[in-house]
Design a protein around this ligand. Structure first.
Ligand code: NAP
Length: 256
């Protein structure tokens, strides 16, 4: 018996097998869920190849969260495979590394900041809105953040986008709670994924974790984060919404 037996789950944002979304899809399948995954644009072909590495090859849907047409047709695409959704994972972020990250905070241009905000924060509400008709009997939405309560080296405008995402999650929780839909985030420590490698200076964060996280931290192991996402997707957090669960080896709780 798995904690997600019988659950139908969409994981949005899987590119490589290093993606947090990939690890989440894997754990969700191991826990009994029927999983669909999505990605967008040129990387869709990579996602289709990577999907074969999961225990069960899932359907791969095309979804650019900034494209209103993609969002509008999402319920139809999902219904080609399952008759509804019990869980949705938002594992999506983008910020131009050349203009917004790695010490570029004071010069970040608005069009790039606007794109980062749309893809990384606003899209949680867009995805929730698109999936709501599929979640007739309630469900769970889970997103991924990097602790936005403080300023970090290198993270720059992505930190501001994550603060937006964290607030957005609370408002989604407020507005969809009456429909039985929960919305929570997992705040992960630094993990070696495509998105992280694109951030100039991300190694500085990784080295802080190696000395300060009381439980230690393996930046190559996406599984603890994936398991927390799956726990939030399951029926084991029925009264939890608008919450942020840290999966960071305990780093956030240490003063120094
Ligand atoms: P990842 O593998 O690069 O995943 C990010 C995904 O977002 C990619 O599949 C990317 O697609 C997708 N994406 C970007 N723009 C999109 C759009 N317009 N529409 C749909 N999908 C889009 O990196 P990851 O680290 O697993 O990131 C997953 C989530 O975890 C992100 O929210 C990230 O901020 C968060 N997180 C990561 C870390 C870390 O250290 N890695 C720590 C805490 C939180 P393409 O590859 O095709 O661009």
């Amino acid at each position: 018996m798995g904690i997600l037996d019988g659950k139908r789950i969409l994981v949005a944002g899987v590119t490589m097998d290093s993606s947090i979304g990939f690890a989440t899809a894997k754990v969700a399948q191991e826990q009994g869920a029927t999983v669909l995954i999505s990605n967008f644009g040129r990387a869709l072909g990579i996602t289709r190849r990577i999907a074969k590495r999961l225990p069960v090859e899932p359907p791969v849907l095309e979804l650019d969260v900034t494209d209103e047409e993609h969002l509008a047709r999402l319920p139809e695409l999902v219904r080609e495979h399952v008759d509804g959704l019990d869980g949705v994972v938002h594992s999506i972020a983008f910020g131009n590394p050349e203009t917004l990250l790695g010490g570029k905070f004071m010069t970040g241009p608005w069009p790039d900041v606007a794109q980062a905000m749309q893809v990384s924060a606003y899209s949680l509400a867009s995805l929730a809105r698109a999936c709501k008709p599929l979640m007739g009997s309630g469900g769970s939405i889970v997103g991924l953040t990097f602790d936005a309560t403080v300023a970090w080296p290198a993270y720059d405008w992505m930190g501001v986008a994550k603060a937006g995402l964290e607030s957005c999650s609370r408002y989604v929780a407020r507005d969809l709670g009456p429909d039985g839909i929960r919305c929570n985030l997992v705040s992960a420590g630094p993990l070696k994924t495509l998105a992280a490698k694109a951030i100039p200076g991300f190694e500085e964060l990784e080295s802080m974790w190696s000395t300060r996280a009381p439980l230690g931290w393996d930046e190559k192991d996406q599984t603890p984060t994936a398991r927390a996402v799956c726990a939030l997707l399951s029926d084991f957090f029925p009264a939890t919404t608008g919450e942020i669960i840290h999966v960071d080896g305990g780093f956030h709780a240490m003063g120094a």
